[in-house]
Design a protein around this ligand. Structure first.
Ligand SMILES: *[C@@H]1O[C@H](CO)[C@@H](O)[C@H](O)[C@H]1NC(C)=O
Ligand SMILES: *[C@@H]1O[C@H](CO)[C@@H](O)[C@H](O)[C@H]1NC(C)=O
Ligand SMILES: *[C@@H]1O[C@H](CO)[C@@H](O)[C@H](O)[C@H]1NC(C)=O
Ligand SMILES: *[C@@H]1O[C@H](CO)[C@@H](O)[C@H](O)[C@H]1NC(C)=O
Ligand SMILES: *[C@@H]1O[C@H](CO)[C@@H](O)[C@H](O)[C@H]1NC(C)=O
Ligand SMILES: *[C@@H]1O[C@H](CO)[C@@H](O)[C@H](O)[C@H]1NC(C)=O
Ligand SMILES: *[C@@H]1O[C@H](CO)[C@@H](O)[C@H](O)[C@H]1NC(C)=O
Length: 424
C-alpha cells in the first residue's frame, strides 16, 4: 500500500489463495492449489481510490457502523464510503512551516519532514489520530463524522513514532486507555510499550534494557480479555552466537498499576515469548521475522506473515497460532540469565496460574500477585509458542509479503479460511 496512490478494495470473497481450515489434515492443505490471478483479471471486482498529492496510505480503520473506511495517508485523512470507496470527506493535516524548518535543521529530508499518520483509532464517535509531524509527533481527538472538528491536540511523544520509518502499533481500550508500542525519542533508540490517557497511571517497559525490548519492530496489538497483547520482532537477546531476529508475542495486564520503589512507573506484568514459524525438516527452516498479523477473535486464532531476514534469500510463510497455546507458554517456565556472562536457563514459573486480579479493591492496591523482584527478573518465557499445524498454512519462496487479512467464508461443505496477502 505504501508508495502508491491507490487503495484497492476487493469485493466478493474471491481469494488468491484458498486454504483449508487449520483443523483439517496438513497434507490436504499442502495439495490445495494456490491459483495466482493477475491484478487485471480481478479488475471488475476492484474499487480504487486516489487523491491528488496523497501518498503513503498506511493506516485504515472503520467507523463503528462499518459503513465507512477511515484512511490515514501522508498529510491527509479521508473518510470513504465502504460500498464503493467514494469520498465522503478529505482533510488536509500538514505540519506548519516552523516545524518543518526545525526538522530540516536536524538534518532530515523534505520527504521525512512531513506528517505521516501512524495512529488512527476509533473510540465511540471520536477519532484519535497521531502523525509524525516532521519529527514532532502530535495527536488529535476529532469528531468521527466531521474530521475537521478537532477537540484536543496533545503531544504524540510515546504514542506515535518520530520517524516515518519506525514501525509502531497502538490501541484504545473501551475505558479510554491508549496502549502504544513505538520509539519514544527522535533517534529511535528508546523503544517502549507505553500506556497513557484514561484513568490508570501511565506505565512503560523498562528503559534501555535489552532484556525487555531489543531493537524491536512493532507489528500489532490487541485488547483481549484481561490483557493487552503485542506482536513484534526484535533482536534475540537469548541467542548468543551472532545477531538473529526472533518474533514475539508479549502481554501486560490491563489493570497493572506499576511497582513501588522497584519498577516505579513500569509494568509489573510484562512477559514475552518467541513464536515459531518454520518449515519442518531435519534442520527446520525458520521464517523468523513477523511482518503482519490478523486476529480472528471468534476462533481465538492469530494469523501471521513471517519472512526471512532481508539479507538472506526471500521467503514468506503464514503460520496460525491458537491464543490458548500462547497463554499456555505464559504459564510455563521462564528463561533466566543470572548475569550477562552466564547461560540462559529455564526457571520454574513462581505463579503458574497467574491471573491479573480484579479492580474491585480499588486503585493503588497490589492488584497482581507477582512479586516485584520476579517482575524485574522474569521477562522471557522458556518455551516457544508452536503454531496449530506443523507445516505453515502457506509458504512461498522469492516473495516478501507485508500485509494480510483473513476472512472465514462458508464453503460447500465446510468453513474456509481465505487469506489475502499483499506485498509492497
Ligand atoms: C476524546 O474526547 C472525548 C470527549 O472530550 C473524551 O471523552 C475522550 O477521552 C478523548 N479521547 C482521547 C483518546 O483523548
Ligand atoms: C465540521 O466542523 C467544522 C469545524 O468545526 C465546521 O466549520 C463545519 O461546518 C462542520 N461541517 C459539517 C458538515 O458539519
Ligand atoms: C519497518 O518494517 C518494514 C517492513 O518489515 C521494514 O522494511 C523497515 O526496515 C522497518 N523499519 C525499521 C526502522 O526497522
Ligand atoms: C519449531 O518448529 C519446528 C517444526 O516446524 C521444530 O522442528 C522446531 O524444533 C521448533 N523450534 C523451536 C525453537 O521450538
Ligand atoms: C485452540 O485451543 C483450544 C484449547 O486447547 C481448542 O479447544 C481449540 O480447538 C483450538 N483451536 C484450533 C483452531 O486449533
Ligand atoms: C480476568 O481476571 C479475573 C480476576 O482474576 C478473572 O476472574 C476473569 O476470569 C478474567 N477474565 C478473563 C476473560 O480471563
Ligand atoms: C503489596 O505487596 C507487598 C509485598 O508483597 C506488601 O508488603 C504490601 O503490604 C502490599 N500492599 C498492599 C496495599 O496490599
Amino acid at each position: 500500500m505504501k508508495g502508491t496512490c491507490v487503495i484497492a478494495w476487493l469485493f466478493s470473497s474471491l481469494g488468491w489463495w484458498r486454504l483449508a481450515q487449520p483443523e483439517t489434515d496438513a497434507s490436504q492443505c499442502q495439495t490445495t492449489e494456490h491459483p495466482v490471478i493477475s491484478y487485471k483479471e480481478i479488475g471488475p471486482w476492484l474499487r480504487e481510490f486516489r487523491a491528488k498529492n496523497a501518498v503513503d496510505f498506511s493506516r485504515l480503520t472503520f467507523d463503528p457502523g462499518q459503513k465507512e473506511l477511515v484512511v490515514g495517508a501522508r498529510n491527509y485523512l479521508f473518510r470513504l464510503q465502504l460500498e464503493d470507496l467514494s469520498l465522503i470527506q478529505a482533510v488536509e493535516w500538514e505540519c506548519d512551516e516552523a516545524t518543518k524548518k526545525a526538522c530540516y535543521s536536524k538534518g532530515k529530508s523534505e520527504e521525512e519532514c512531513q506528517n505521516y499518520i501512524r495512529v488512527l483509532l476509533v473510540g465511540g464517535d471520536r477519532l484519535f489520530t497521531c502523525g509524525t509531524n516532521a519529527f514532532t509527533p502530535v495527536c488529535t481527538n476529532r469528531t468521527l463524522n466531521n474530521l475537521t472538528e478537532i477537540h484536543d491536540q496533545i503531544s504524540g511523544m510515546a504514542r506515535c513514532p518520530y520517524s516515518p520509518q519506525h514501525n509502531s502499533t497502538a490501541l484504545l481500550t473501551p475505558g479510554g486507555e491508549l496502549y502504544a508500542a513505538t520509539a519514544m525519542d527522535f533517534p529511535g533508540r528508546d523503544p517502549a510499550i507505553y500506556r497513557s490517557l484514561g484513568i490508570l497511571p501511565p506505565l512503560r517497559t523498562a528503559q534501555y534494557n535489552s532484556k525487555w525490548l531489543n531493537e524491536p519492530n512493532f507489528v500489532s496489538s490487541y485488547d483481549i480479555g484481561n490483557f493487552t497483547y503485542f506482536f513484534f520482532r526484535e533482536n534475540a537477546v537469548e541467542h548468543d552466537c551472532g545477531k538473529t531476529v526472533f518474533s514475539r508475542a508479549a502481554r501486560v495486564c490491563k489493570n497493572d498499576i506499576g511497582g513501588r520503589f522497584l519498577l516505579e512507573d513500569t509494568w509489573t506484568t510484562f512477559m514475552k515469548a518467541r513464536l515459531n514459524c518454520s518449515r519442518p525438516g531435519e534442520v527446520p527452516f525458520y521464517y523468523n521475522e513477523l511482518q503482519s498479523t490478523f486476529f480472528l477473535p471468534e476462533l481465538d486464532l492469530i494469523y501471521g506473515i513471517f519472512t526471512t531476514n532481508v539479507n538472506s534469500i526471500a521467503a514468506s510463510a503464514v503460520c496460525v497460532f491458537n491464543l490458548s497455546a500462547i497463554s499456555q507458554v505464559f504459564n510455563g517456565p521462564f528463561k533466566y540469565q543470572e548475569n550477562s556472562r552466564s547461560a540462559w536457563l529455564p526457571y520454574p514459573n513462581p505463579n503458574p496460574n497467574f491471573q491479573c486480579g480484579t479492580m474491585d479493591q480499588g486503585l493503588y492496591m497490589n492488584l497482581t500477585e507477582r512479586s516485584l523482584q520476579d517482575a524485574q527478573r522474569f521477562i522471557l518465557m522458556h518455551e516457544v509458542v508452536q503454531p496449530v499445524s506443523l507445516v505453515p498454512a502457506f509458504m512461498e519462496d522469492d516473495s516478501r509479503f507485508s500485509h494480510m487479512a483473513v476472512d472465514v467464508v462458508q464453503g460447500r461443505d465446510m468453513l474456509v479460511h481465505v487469506i489475502y496477502l499483499a506485498t509492497g
